[in-house]
Each structure stands twice: as structure tokens, then as C-alpha cells.
Design a binder for this molecule. Structure first.
Ligand SMILES: [Ca+2]
Ligand SMILES: [Ca+2]
Length: 212
């Protein structure tokens, strides 16, 4: 528990500096615009396929009437960026999870080389980082029911990615069966958005996707 709390603090120190509680960090905005808004700098990856497990429910994407963005792992305003303005960032690849209880849920993304990103390994030399790791009701923090992983500064490697969620534990007695929302953004396009129920202690691979 102590080790985990220390890791969470390090994640926040490295990614949350300069961030207000209600708005995006200055660094986040700068990094995002550098990568997304400079055509030709890095060729964005393209989604080849995305396959959820049978129990995952696809969330219909209705952009006929976009609404104001809220911090819920859904691109509510339909600009192709998940939760822009929430204090965590986007990039050439973004995977975001939110959940509906006070439990502590963790997001894991494993890339084509077999390396897994999570709160336990919050960054890689190739530019991937966990820039928000929510602790549910375990810690008083902004957006406690959000985990966000993004690729900045380098193009994510082509190949297969796997996305898992783990019910790490309950906090202050607030938990139980939890509904997790998962979204994947590839090159400023929403690749898919799903819901998956999660019981205490479960770790489920919710989806696989391929980019190139
Ligand atoms: Ca958005
Ligand atoms: Ca949102």
C-alpha cells in the first residue's frame, strides 16, 4: 500500500505539475498541440481493427448533437480527443478508463513488444506514459475515478495492443460491482468506446486493437 501510494504520488508529480484542479495543465496543452497540430511532424497511426470481449458493451457514438466535455472517458464534444480539458492529456494514442464506484480501478495497456503500462510502470522510453492514475475514494485527488495512458513525443509502435482493467480494491467501504468505461483514441479519432462490469478482485482483458 505504501509503495503504491508513493508510485501514485510520483505519477502525479511528473504529470500534474502546473495543473489546476479544473483545467488542463499548460504542459499538456503544449505537448498535445505540438504533436497533433503539426502535420508531417509525425505520421499519426491508423486503427486497423478493434475487438472487445463478448461481455463488453459498445457505447454508441452519437455526434449529431455534441455536448460539453465532462471527465468520463467519453469524447462528449466529438472533437476526437477523450476528456480534453480534464487535466490529463492526449497524444497519438490515448486509452482512458472511468468507473462509477469509489473503488480503486487500474488500467493496463500492453503493447506489441509485450511491455505493460500501468501505475506500476508509468512510462516507457518510447514516449508512453500513465499521466493520470485515479485512486477512487482511497485518495482525495482530482478525477479519482479516471486512469489515462497516452503516447507523446514518439509514434506508438505498429501492432497489437491489449487493454485490461483490474479491480484493485475498495476504499472506505465504497465499492462493489463496478461499471468501467473504456475509450481508445488513435490519431485524434475515437477508435472505440465500451463498458464492462467488474467485480471486486477481477482483472479482465476488455479489448484488443491493432494500429499501423
Ligand atoms: Ca473531446
Ligand atoms: Ca468526456
Amino acid at each position: 500500500m505504501m509503495k503504491r501510494a508513493a508510485i501514485a504520488a510520483l505519477v502525479c508529480l511528473s504529470a500534474c505539475s502546473g495543473r489546476g484542479v479544473d483545467g488542463p495543465g499548460i504542459e499538456t496543452v503544449r505537448e498535445t498541440s505540438q504533436i497533433i497540430d503539426m502535420p508531417g511532424l509525425i505520421e499519426p497511426p491508423v486503427l486497423v481493427s478493434i475487438v472487445p470481449i463478448a461481455t463488453a458493451q459498445e457505447i454508441p457514438r452519437d455526434c449529431s448533437a455534441p455536448v460539453e466535455e465532462s471527465c468520463n472517458a467519453i469524447d462528449d464534444d466529438c472533437d476526437g480527443v477523450i476528456d480534453d480539458g480534464c487535466g490529463y492529456g492526449t497524444g497519438l494514442l490515448q486509452v482512458t478508463a472511468s468507473w462509477d464506484t469509489g473503488a480503486d480501478i487500474d488500467l493496463y495497456v500492453t503493447g506489441p513488444l509485450g511491455d505493460t503500462l500501468s501505475f506500476q510502470r508509468p512510462s516507457t522510453p518510447s514516449g508512453a506514459r500513465v499521466d493520470h492514475s485515479g485512486r477512487g475514494d482511497c485518495v482525495d485527488m482530482p478525477n479519482p475515478q479516471i486512469e489515462n495512458i497516452r503516447w507523446v513525443g514518439a509514434r506508438p509502435i505498429d501492432g497489437i495492443y491489449e487493454v485490461e482493467v483490474h479491480y484493485w480494491g475498495e476504499c472506505l467501504g465504497s465499492g462493489g460491482p463496478t461499471l468501467v468505461t473504456l475509450s481508445v483514441g488513435v490519431g485524434r479519432r475515437i477508435a472505440g468506446q465500451y463498458r464492462q462490469s467488474l467485480l471486486p478482485g477481477e482483472r479482465i482483458r476488455v479489448l484488443r486493437f491493432v494500429i499501423q
